[in-house]
Design a binder for this molecule. Sequence first.
Ligand code: S3P
Length: 438
Amino acid sequence: MKVRGVVRPPGDKSISHRAVMLAALARGTSEITGLLTGEDVKSSARVLRGLGADISTVRAGATVRVHVSRFTSPVSRLHCGNSGTTARLMLGILAGQRFEATLTGDASLRRRPMRRVTEPLRTMGARIAERGGDALPLTIRGGRLRALTYTTPVASAQIKSALLFAGLTGNVGVTIREPYRSRDHTERLFVHLGLGLHQREGAIVYEPPERRGVVPSFRLAVPGDASSAAFLVAAAVLAEGGELVIENVGVNPTRTGFLVVLERMGAHVERVNLRDEGGEPVADLVARPAALRGTEVSAAEVPTLVDEVPVLAVLASRAAAGSETVFREVGELRVKESNRLELIAANLRAVGVEAEARGNDLFVCGTTRRPSGRVDTARDHRLAMAFAVLGTIPRANVRLSERASVAISYPRFFDDLRSIRDTGHPKGLPHGRGTRET
Ligand code: S3P
């Protein structure tokens, strides 16, 4: 297909979670625009409402108002849906509250590891009862916390953010080191709101105020999600012609590793109109078709593109025939919304691509063969979107097991994917088979 036009990705998922949580901790009413309307952010809003927060309806185009007088003990379990960020960050927030709460989630979330967060929170003094081993459901009783100095075993912004939230709600100091730098949206929001955060000798340090601090109410415009934009960029890179402008994208360097890797693969994506929005860099991206070559993605780069591995692997499958791409140390993909590491490889093979997960590395070989076959998304939004992009190339016949999972992070994904097709027709009517659900 050819691409054309201007498209806006939905609000950044990570920033949306943090914004609504911090607004619920703030004194007074906060107003957030551009909040993601995906299911994951609705899960955070639902959990916060269960604690007594007054949050206006999260819907497209609306300014979301958040007001809380005080968190209260929830009357029932707090359901985090499919959202790992909701579960892990809320554990941090609950660690500083003097009541008991039980968190649970859907079948996918109930398989994801939680001790990476609960162990350091226990060290801080939170009492946490496991009901499903290293997973949800968990019952947490927060209270008086101790300061913590901690090195995270994996570079995970969810662990880091949970601990910073525990420091904030428990009014204790927290010093965190991580093996590689993970996304820093929590740190930026803390700094933006004047919440006592700084860096010292490579560590992230939260220092509580002498008297119990107050989070000020705020207004925030959430930028577009770089991870959602990555699918649109990929569609443009694989296109046969044209140019696509993707507006209002967060270009925080801890999130844009995929642009760095794409550059090495031979695709240059321009950033124009660079600006600042609430402490986050924002730009418009201009993406065009490119001939790709294989590359090596290092372990240090992985945290900056951890959610983009599925779509980068799809792009790597369209690199010059026989050229190999290797993603080093992507074992964390086994514990995302699905076992992404195995499913990326298995689904690429299912559509005729040579791909293999070996240990914690992923290998993908470029081919010019027409992709054809059935893809099992395992209801994982990022697998569905990555393989839908593969389905846009000429004569592709990619059949997805389902498409509904895109509602987690990008409800309008298929509309946007259709709208960027240049059909030569003024209204951009769709043509070709693209992806179908089977
Ligand atoms: C997120 C951090 C990442 C990412 C997830 C969102 C966040 O997870 O995969 O989609 O908002 O903090 P990890 O921190 O576990 O790597």
